[in-house]
Design a protein around this ligand. Sequence first.
Ligand SMILES: *[C@@H]1O[C@H](CO)[C@@H](O)[C@H](O)[C@H]1NC(C)=O
Ligand SMILES: *[C@@H]1O[C@H](CO)[C@@H](O)[C@H](O)[C@H]1NC(C)=O
Ligand SMILES: *[C@@H]1O[C@H](CO)[C@@H](O)[C@H](O)[C@H]1NC(C)=O
Ligand SMILES: *[C@@H]1O[C@H](CO)[C@@H](O)[C@H](O)[C@H]1NC(C)=O
Length: 442
Amino acid sequence: ATVASVALLTTSVLADIPKCGPGSPCPESAPCCSQYGQCGVGAYCLGGCDPLFSHSMEACVPNPACKSADYQFKSLSDVASISKYLGDPSKANWVSSGNPAAYGDSILLTMAPDTVGTLMATTKYVWYGKISATMTTSQGAGVVTAFIMMSDVKDEIDFEFVGVDLDHAQSNFYSQGVTNYNNGKNLTVTNTVENVHTYTIDWQPDHLDWIVDGKILRTLKRQDTWNSTSNRFDYPQTPSRVMLSLWPAGLPSNGEGTIKWSGGLVDWNSPLMQNGYYYAMVKSVNVECYDPPSGAQIQGSKAYIYTDEAATNNTVQMVDKVVVLKSLYASGENPDFDPNASASGSSPSSTPSLSAETVPGVVGAGERSGEDSSGGSGSTNSDPSGNTQSGDSSGSSGTGSGGSTGFSQGGSSAGGNSGASSDKMVKGSVFAVVVAAIALLA
Ligand SMILES: *[C@@H]1O[C@H](CO)[C@@H](O)[C@H](O)[C@H]1NC(C)=O
Ligand SMILES: *[C@@H]1O[C@H](CO)[C@@H](O)[C@H](O)[C@H]1NC(C)=O
Ligand SMILES: *[C@@H]1O[C@H](CO)[C@@H](O)[C@H](O)[C@H]1NC(C)=O
Ligand SMILES: *[C@@H]1O[C@H](CO)[C@@H](O)[C@H](O)[C@H]1NC(C)=O
């Protein structure tokens, strides 16, 4: 059970959006398979687009290459809404779904009632590196904070924080989304809500460390991950985005196992909420890129692409090709497509459908613009009202526009159904959880 936004999904859309996964790639009209296992165009073809289940490997745009940086989150100026971003990594270093809010020298990941929280992801990918997040978590039953690395083929390295256990960080890893119940380990920390800690993932080709405040608490060696069934190392080895998220694992529409793992159902009237939302607070993220591994196929320096279905370290190529979409109706197969430009492009070989979904996890780009105009788009609704801004929670009783527009978690109407398949989901990767969530809602 990780990340993000398991469920930036709504029932209304689930019925219509083509699904993708092993054995069922996306159709030409909606060629890109999102990280949630659904097909579309536009933002579906950017970060998180899975080349293995898309219409072709070219449908997903190349992954912009790593750039070392120290992100101090003093404002939202470097965070683009996923419904506005077209894939130019020089325009923004972060993309968000949900409602991030600027607050003092931090960004709040917010989670208000009727939302599925907030997800921020880098626009650039890391192919081995040392990544640190300095942050505090949220708290409460069913409330999960996460700092993870995830690749488009669902290799994953996680720090997860369950809101009923403030003295542990759960470390975990996945290889191509395959669930393995033995990969998780609890790491002892002190109160993740009260204390600002720095969580670090030091990811190298042959080993990986989970570090808290400079102290190595867990090491994984690649050589210990050999899988003799699949004949490869089940070790995270593909270019990955840095992701920060706050999401409601404790929703009735989620599987029983997920709900239990997260400490129970979310209380949407909890005193732990402020300004009408749960929040985690991220001060900074530091990314130190390592050199591409020795033996890597280097043919450029600007982006990573997959060249083979194996999606292993030695089939990733580094190239000079960066693709920016002309519109949210374009895809990697037809990047210049823009239905509003007169005589766009030169008779494209494939024309995406205008009715395809354009932004994964929301009903469509249109919904999001409504949100922006209602002032709920984060950049304006931030302030826990000028009060004491650190640690203790007095004050801040603002009206909090908290941004409950935008995403509606479709599960609410399906209330209380107890997923039969659910116990299996406890430690499933995003991919597993999402697939299960779709099954439950559909
Ligand atoms: C981590 O601790 C929690 C309780 O705090 C427990 O439910 C979970 O099973 C533990 N995970 C592992 C991998 O030991
Ligand atoms: C080995 O790989 C196979 C195929 O991907 C997978 O089903 C199995 O769970 C893996 N084994 C372990 C121990 O993870
Ligand atoms: C990929 O991993 C293998 C081990 O599976 C290693 O021998 C090789 O050097 C790695 N290659 C790259 C490019 O990382
Ligand atoms: C074309 O532009 C108009 C106005 O900017 C907009 O409302 C409409 O949604 C756009 N159509 C498409 C298909 O992008």
